[in-house]
Ligand binder design. Structure first.
Ligand code: GTP
Length: 236
């Protein structure tokens, strides 16, 4: 059997990825399929931390007229709902997990403590990070970059609805060109909307490669872990 390319990874799951075709809320079957894929790579000995988004419940940026910080805090609580759902699905699949939140809600989950998170990973527990960075004006992509740097993950696996990075939106433009690899600077210069600028800059400063791929086929997580070149790689 091919051995995994990485020892410790940070998987960023968007909220939409958990909604399935419904586009809103949680689709139990979808969540279970993803959980089982994550279980498979965990059984290969890969240490996995997950940052979950919350866009399947709430999007801070589309809340016109609302105070931006308030809208962002609402988004952070949405990620906690997703974190709990993912934890539940993973534990039903027989995987040991710990959920940590960037904003304390001790009755529900552990608070984020970097050293504790690393210890959990070393014990092969999957650690789910919820509530983003705990601060408004930062995205969950930035939370992914930040946590990846903190736990010294070798790579960020950016699981998306689209299968790679394109120069234009492939859903609306058939001439959209797919990138197999990009540098951080190219992403910034071309203004590609794969991650926000803060998130990309943080990865660039800390030299964390980003693998962007589609989650339509949940097997893709395993493919990337095993070193198959799918989607787009962003690195130096
Ligand atoms: P070890 O130190 O390796 O034994 O880790 P552990 O996570 O098993 O130890 P701990 O006693 O800290 O946690 C036991 C259980 O309680 C785990 O399921 C934790 O997620 C949970 N837990 C720990 N701290 C908190 C907290 O502040 N709030 C909540 N809600 N759960 C917590």
């Amino acid at each position: 059997m091919t051995s995994p390319r990485y020892k410790r990874v940070l998987l960023k799951l968007s909220g939409e990825a958990l909604a399935g075709d419904n586009k809103f809320g949680l689709d139990t079957d979808t969540v279970n399929i993803i959980a089982n894929q994550i279980k498979e790579i965990s059984l290969m000995g890969v240490q996995i931390a997950i940052v979950v988004g919350g866009g399947n419940f709430w999007r801070g940026r589309t809340s016109a007229g609302m105070d931006k910080a308030t809208a962002d805090y609402m988004g952070m609580t949405a990620t906690v709902i997703n974190g709990l759902a993912l934890q539940d699905a993973l534990e039903n699949a027989g995987v040991s997990t710990r959920l940590q939140t960037a904003i304390e809600m001790k009755q529900i989950a552990e608070p984020y403590i970097r050293r504790k998170a690393i210890r959990h990973l070393e014990k092969n527990r999957i650690v789910i990070f919820a509530a983003g960075t705990g601060n408004p004006f930062f995205t969950t992509d930035t939370a992914a970059s930040l946590r990846a740097a903190e736990i010294e993950a070798e790579v960020i696996l950016l699981a998306k609805n689209v299968d790679a990075v394109y120069d234009k939106d492939p859903a609306t433009d058939v001439t959209a060109k797919k990138f197999e690899s990009l540098t951080y600077i190219e992403v910034l210069k071309l203004g590609l909307k794969v991650m926000d600028l803060t998130a990309v800059s943080l990865c660039m400063e800390n030299k964390i490669p980003i693998k962007v791929f589609g989650l339509k086929n949940p097997e893709n997580i395993k493919k990337v872990i095993l070193g198959e070149e799918i989607g787009t790689t962003i690195k130096e």
